[in-house]
Design a protein around this ligand. Sequence first.
Ligand code: GLU
Length: 367
Amino acid sequence: MINKYKKIVIKIGSNSIVNSKTKKIKSKWLDGLCKDIAKIHKSKKIVIVCSGAIALGSKSISEKNLRKLEDKQAAASIGQIELAHQWRSKLKKYKINVSQILLTLEDSEERRRYLNARNTLSSLQDKNIIPIINENDTVATEEIRYGDNDKLAARVAQMIEADLLILLSDIDGLYDDNPKKNNNAKKLTEIFKIDKKIENLAKKQTSELGSGGMNTKILAAKICSGNGCTTVITNSNKNNPISDINKFNSTTFYPVVSYNSSKKKWLLNHLKPSGSVIVDSGAKKAILKNKSLLPAGIIEIKGRFKRGDVISIILRNGQKVAIGISAYDFSDAKKIIGKNSKEISKILGFEGRDEVVHKDNLVRFSS
Ligand code: GLU
């Protein structure tokens, strides 16, 4: 079922990775998951969002129930080391390198930090390293928390432009009633629209260790649905938790828009670009042939735009060629206009992108 997807975020819930009684890592299970990940790693980009730091760390803290935020933060700071260590040593067997990224809500909501996190993730992906992500629980206070890793995983999926989010959980998917209370509850296989009825079903189902539950999973699926990303909720408790996913052991939420069309719409609806670049006819031709905008084809920069801002790409006579997202701020862009991309790092003093606007980040106007 996962064959057609290329960029996958796998979110692992606390219940899947930590034994709820002993608060120890489910080592055998993680071995199986890593083996499964190693199988698909060659052909797909994988990012892992993994919970369990608080649950793992709690066994080193005397309080039985971690109610206070600072106790949870302390537990997270203990458990996170173990979590990262487990991932590193288990994936090392397959010669896969991992990295650790701890995010707070501001990292996805504040533009500059969002872009920085996105760049780090894309650099790791270029190097085939698997990022292991969790919320930075030790610094995130109640008001500034994602609170659950389902929402965090959806934001990460958005950041890396994933086409699939897999939520590994302790349940096969969304049921039409609480399956713990009603034996006749039926699992829903495919969902094309998350409406009030679906949201209400989700409210009835919760989980033991993590802070999520079905409710936050549906919220995550909703975020992804608007960004062209499919979401699958499935039970982690199977031999190959990823490659054995099928319609009998999962619920799939399809996006309401394709990724490209949502980005295109967003760009086209952008009423106020922050600036513009004037390009020559060679650049225009290249863009119309589905190529990126390189500094060599730019004649002039207008406006004080920042990296990540939307800019217009126009000809000297004012004709609009395209609209897109700039990889440079206006002052850096000014320094590299007319230059060959190979010269960028020498001129700016840092390794920047070859393109000022990458082809995936622009929408052409027909000629
Ligand atoms: N960040 C928390 C942890 O690692 C988990 C949050 C959640 O349960 O979704 O323990």
